[in-house]
Design a protein around this ligand. Sequence first.
Ligand code: SIN
Length: 506
Amino acid sequence: MRVLIVGSGLAGLECALTAHELGHDVTILTKGQLADSATAWAQGGVAVALGPDDSPALHAADTMRASANLAVPSAVDVLVSDGPDIVRELTERGAHFDRASDGELARGREAAHSVARVIHAGGDATGREIERALIAAIRSTTVTVVEHTALLDLILHDGRVTGVTTLSDAGEAGRWSADAVVLATGGAGMLYPFTTNPAVATGDGLAAALRAGAATSDLEFVQFHPTALAGAAGALISEAVRGDGAVLRNAAGERFMLTVHPDAELAPRDVVARAVARQMAADRAPAWLDATALRPAPDNAAYLAERFPTIDRLCRANGIDWSRAWVPVTPAAHYIMGGVDTDSDGRTTLPGLWAVGEVARTGVHGANRLASNSLLEAAVFARRAARSLDIPAPSGRSLRGTHHTPEPAGARTWRREDLQNIMWHAAGLERSEDGLREADAQIAHWAEQTFTPSTVHELEDRNLLDVARAVVRAALGRRESVGAHYRVDDEAARTDANRRPEAHHV
Ligand code: SIN
């Protein structure tokens, strides 16, 4: 059958490879170049229960606990049980994961994991290595790759998704028909002015699914990473650095996480991100990440360069010798836990449409994603989706886009930065009813200014507006604080302190 996969991160590539192996006629559409995706930016690694001290059940327990028990247990079971096999498969596809001196896969520790279970590649270049291997694998197949082609909308016939419309970098509109459409379009970090995501993360698939009427959930749960390099446009400093012993300090040099949570710097990500934001507000300055004592001087510099080469280059490019000096850090939007509802095989509520990777809401993250579960989720559910593409046989027509010139654009009065600022203040790390209501009204006003996107940037803006509206409405709908959704006006707010026993208990 003709399978159209939109997006070329780990989820899209894994789905494409598996579908191709199963004999489907696969085309990948991608907005930029094949390698432009959040996957390539992923540092920490892939969480997977491989060690003798670990088990899928323990991984599931950590995942549920980090999710504030809002993850769906059956989806989590799929995630952790398929994990070891998908890692074996990624290795067979050519991904080289780092090995310890005993020859076994090296396993790092990250926040809220009760054991070291995060495998990595190139030190802190895990996503880049996986993306490299999968692109090489794709290039050796007959999978068709169409770059510089952005998703505009889903085509629906009698309630079934039968293809997509697109817009190219050159402003040319396209129409593609398929027996199955798989959204693998990633997240929407560009909703916020500070994000660890690449510029392509504009919620394109999520917006198209919302417009087509697909069910979505958990959109109020947006994860903020606690440690982006301050002043460097959201550049990530992996949680693996804290997992390796780095600590957070305030302006006075004190370890402020010690009084926030018993797991201190390795508390669940939402807890650490809020604590960093509050400390920054109190100090009116960035917080500090101290990695100066991971190894005794003078070995620390060489250790950091070897274990975290990407971050080492980043720090040095910003004039910081992090083997001896603290790194200024700030929270930044990182991942959206919610998305297009899927079953455990990636099927959405719209026949003919699947969703995999960050755009999907499989149920494995609940209110807060456990560190390094995202690459695992992308791979596990992408493979399952490819195996479930069970709709009728190929029609014999090959998949081809037809092109036409888009309608002229209408007028609007807002810019992307306006939307990002509203989202940061009203739907960021802390939210309130009043702030969310104001944001909702402003976004609704902007949404009335209908315009036909004639460039990819305009299309992205329209998508961000649609996703922002859905995030704000979801946040309004959940009055209690839970996980990454923190309502300052929740009278009975579970504070980070009273989340301690649950989060600490193993
Ligand atoms: C990180 O390396 O800190 C990010 C890993 C993740 O988002 O799971």
